[in-house]
Write a protein that binds this ligand. Sequence first.
Ligand SMILES: Nc1ncnc2c1ncn2[C@@H]1O[C@H](COP(=O)(O)OP(=O)(O)OP(=O)(O)O)[C@@H](O)[C@H]1O
Length: 273
Amino acid sequence: MTRPEVPAVVSPAEVPAVEVRGLQVKLDGVPILAGIDLTVRSGEWVTVIGPNGAGKSTLLRAVGGLLPAPDAVRLFGTPLRDLRRRERARVVATVAQSPVVPPGMAVLDYVLLGRNPYIPPLGRESATDLAVVHELLDRLDLGGFHGRELATLSGGERQRVFLARALAQGATLLLLDEPTSALDIGHQQEVLELVDQLRRTEGLTVVATMHDLSIAGEYADRMVLLANGRIAATGTPDQVLTEDLLSHHYRAHVTVIPGPHGPLVLPTRPSHP
Ligand SMILES: Nc1ncnc2c1ncn2[C@@H]1O[C@H](COP(=O)(O)OP(=O)(O)OP(=O)(O)O)[C@@H](O)[C@H]1O
């Protein structure tokens, strides 16, 4: 894929992509996250799991610079607070759970917004910007949707457009908040394989949240289990996706069996006498 120039703040591979130290977040005076320490290596795929309300989206928003908690976060060695908005957009791209959709906007124009960090003020998109966007739309199976108004798309089509916009940013760090929740299993695999391919070929670092624990474990190098705003467990998928941890923190009945690419987590109905 045509990639923009590497941002100046990106350091060599040994510098962690993400360093979070002692992160605390309060929203409207309510403590949401406390004592969060997390290091994500460059090129790593880390998936944050945890029950509803655990603080997963809040953590991603803090790492992406969308919350006022920059002192605790460094990206590629640079404190988040030192990255100006345009610079930050070349380093980190976020796919939020429910992005705001500008009314009346067509798919192509929306995905082109991802190229803003490369378009000079008052300038127009270049041929490279258009080439990046067209290629991404094709790779995400959205070739026929260029002129379609976003509001007319299905939930899964729209979710792929949101990902296309984030990938168009050409950022080195990708934050994905439940990126495949609306996708059928075919598109789910297509999207995650594309992200994984970009990670392997272009050194992308991925931090994702997911509720499908089997799929989460198939793609992640490492997982972080959040519960009540704190890290309850971290490790490989085999270490985190255990019946004990999941039944305790999700209050769920699950059976975990070995799969070809990591543990498979099956929710099983509790038995009644
Ligand atoms: N402005 C706010 N004031 C008070 N509490 C808030 C505010 N915004 C979010 N919260 C609370 O913060 C907690 C963490 O929310 P967050 O969206 O990070 O959870 P999550 O783990 O991503 O959940 P889900 O799996 O449901 O998406 C939730 O309990 C939510 O209600």
